[in-house]
Design a protein around this ligand. Structure first.
Ligand code: ADP
Ligand code: MG
Length: 245
């Protein structure tokens, strides 16, 4: 499999405060890479940097071998990167359909209207509620709608930040199964998720950050078999005991 995403010695942060410190890693095309690490480690910052919300101060971000460091969000969207941020990101006072229409605004209405039914096939419960206000959907349905809105763009790369927050375990499984299916169809998925064991089961590779540095990269299956995986999301433990994980 070829490399889709590469961070090469990336330094990035907010104002004068650097969060990613010489971070390097690679993610393969059509794989799910799980980004682990304690709160504040810089996981969301990785996704934001890849989506052009932050510009690397040093190093390079490569997409299929092309240097996209410093590219605008619009350019990155055009290259096929979609981002589902943490939390709720819908227009609650608009309907399900209107939210999807807005999600496809860069595609034009003809293409959007063609793709909406395709996307909704993944989410039968949301499909039944097309004309309901987004705010009236359950938390799980709202997250599904957000993923659906991203899928309208037929992304080559899907960045998704803590999708399981506020969702029931069954719904989480549905979202994870969908991510697996997308990856199997060739989408590269980079996911931040604290629900580590469930997420590892559908992931190919896991990487762990500690203070913006890579402290581990392993096949997900290997990590899943490790009795000490909890260390990876308890602050400080991963860096202190790299040999144990
Ligand atoms: N917009 C921002 N401005 C300044 N500092 C930020 C901003 N967003 C995040 N940070 C800081 O960057 C660090 C890493 O944040 P983040 O990437 O969100 O961590 P994680 O997702 O691993 O919990 C934290 O210390 C956080 O406080
Ligand atoms: Mg985060």
């Amino acid at each position: 499999m070829s490399t889709c995403i590469e961070f090469d010695d990336v330094v990035a942060g907010y104002k004068d405060f650097m969060i990613l410190n010489n971070l390097s890693f690679k993610a393969k095309t059509g794989s799910i890479t799980l980004l682990l690490g304690p709160n504040g480690a810089g996981k969301s910052t990785v996704l934001k940097t890849l989506f052009g919300l932050l510009k690397p101060r040093q190093g390079r971000v490569l997409l299929n071998g092309e240097d996209v460091s410093g590219a605008s969000q619009k350019e990155l969207l055009a290259k096929g990167i979609a981002f589902v941020p943490q939390g709720r990101n819908l227009f609650g006072k608009l309907t399900v359909l209107q939210n999807l229409e807005l999600g496809g605004i860069t595609l034009g209405s003809k293409t959007t209207n063609e793709r909406i039914p395709e996307v909704l096939e993944f989410f039968p419960r949301v499909k039944e509620r097309m004309n309901s206000l987004a705010s009236s959907l359950s938390g799980g349905e709202q997250k599904q709608l957000e993923v659906g809105r991203a899928l309208l763009l037929r992304p080559k790369v899907l960045l998704i930040d803590e999708p399981s927050i506020g969702l029931s375990p069954l719904v989480v499984q549905d979202v994870f199964k969908l991510l697996r299916k997308l990856a199997d169809q060739g989408t590269t998925v980079l996911m931040v998720e604290q629900n580590v064991k469930s997420a590892l089961k559908i992931s190919d590779e896991a990487i762990a950050l500690e203070s913006g540095r890579l402290v581990l990269q392993k096949p997900a299956s290997e990590l899943l078999a490790d009795p000490h995986i909890e260390r990876l999301f308890l602050g400080g433990a991963a860096a202190a005991t790299p040999a144990a994980v």
